[in-house]
Unconditional design. Structure first.
Length: 294
């Protein structure tokens, strides 16, 4: 029960990150840089504290391949975050989050090609349900042309979902290295990758409110939530995870409607419903994504 509560809190906090990110006053790259920096500090401290407590235990040999996969996974994760926050800059959170959660469906499709996993007729049907839902929630009916539709930020959100899926598939190969050091490696890599791209002038004119939201986004939404997420994930059954992950988009959409006064039209509501129906598909009760999605 305690693990369920921690996972549910993590998902609820993940769902609120879009709202807080808009209040930071930072562009996508600078925001992701801060997230990576704060998470590296907090999770690195937790990792170090745990290492001191368990220093007398026998050390487990970690193959070099695991570290390589962790680094590759980190690259995908950082790109995923930058694309996601960029999509929020261009479109409502409700639209971006609905498209972003196509990742599990993309995992199924990529798995069928990369790992020769059988994609059933039912899986294909659910994919097209998601695809139709994406077009509707993205507002294709509101645009005069398909090119105009693509310019709304849909491509950024879909690309974020793609890299989320790549993060998940790559993460499957990490079997021995525990989640905490894996995440510290990934976020530290993010700091190094983004540092040359950061425009520090974007930090010069921020208000106290902006900085408060930045610190919450970095230490709470990233560092603390990661800790809750990973400390509870392996104690839960796949079916429980499959249900609780829906807390994330539900919270995001509710906050978008209640706080930011966004009201999707009837076609977008239908699209959201179709996307949720599509991503609920889980063949053979497979285990859900085991990477963070916030």
């Amino acid at each position: 029960m305690y693990a369920k509560l921690k996972f549910a809190i993590a998902m609820a906090l993940f769902g609120s990150i879009g709202l807080f990110s808009l209040q930071t006053g930072l562009p996508a790259i600078e925001l992701v840089f801060i997230r990576c920096l704060c998470a590296s500090i907090l999770l690195g401290a937790i990792w170090g504290f745990r290492s001191v407590k368990t220093k007398n235990q026998a050390k487990i040999f970690i193959p070099r391949r695991e570290y390589v996969l962790a680094l590759l996974c980190g690259v995908f994760l950082v790109i995923n975050w930058v694309l996601f926050f960029r999509s929020i800059e261009l479109m409502p959170i409700t639209v971006a989050i609905s498209i972003y959660h196509l990742a599990p469906v993309i995992v199924l499709l990529l798995g069928s090609f990369l790992f020769k996993e059988k994609l059933t007729g039912t899986g294909i049907v659910f994919f097209f349900i998601c695809f139709l839902g994406t077009l509707l929630v993205g507002g294709i009916h509101q645009q005069s042309s398909f090119a105009e539709f693509l310019s709304t930020g849909v491509l950024w959100a879909f690309a974020a979902a793609l890299f989320y899926a790549l993060t998940s598939i790559t993460g499957k190969g990490i079997q021995i290295l525990s989640p905490l050091p894996t995440t510290v490696i990934q976020t530290s890599l993010g700091v190094l990758l983004l540092l040359p791209l950061v425009d520090f002038s974007n930090f010069m004119h921020l208000t106290t409110g902006n900085w408060l939201n930045i610190l919450v986004t970095g230490f709470v939404h990233t560092g603390f939530v990661f800790y809750l997420f990973f400390s509870s994930l392996r104690e839960l059954k796949a079916q429980t995870i499959a249900i609780l992950v829906f807390i994330d988009p539900i919270v995001a959409i509710l906050l978008d409607v209640i706080v930011l006064d966004y009201y999707p039209d009837v076609y977008q509501l239908l699209g959201i419903l179709l996307v949720f129906v599509g991503i609920s598909y889980s063949p053979k009760k497979e285990k859900r994504l085991e990477t963070v999605n916030g």
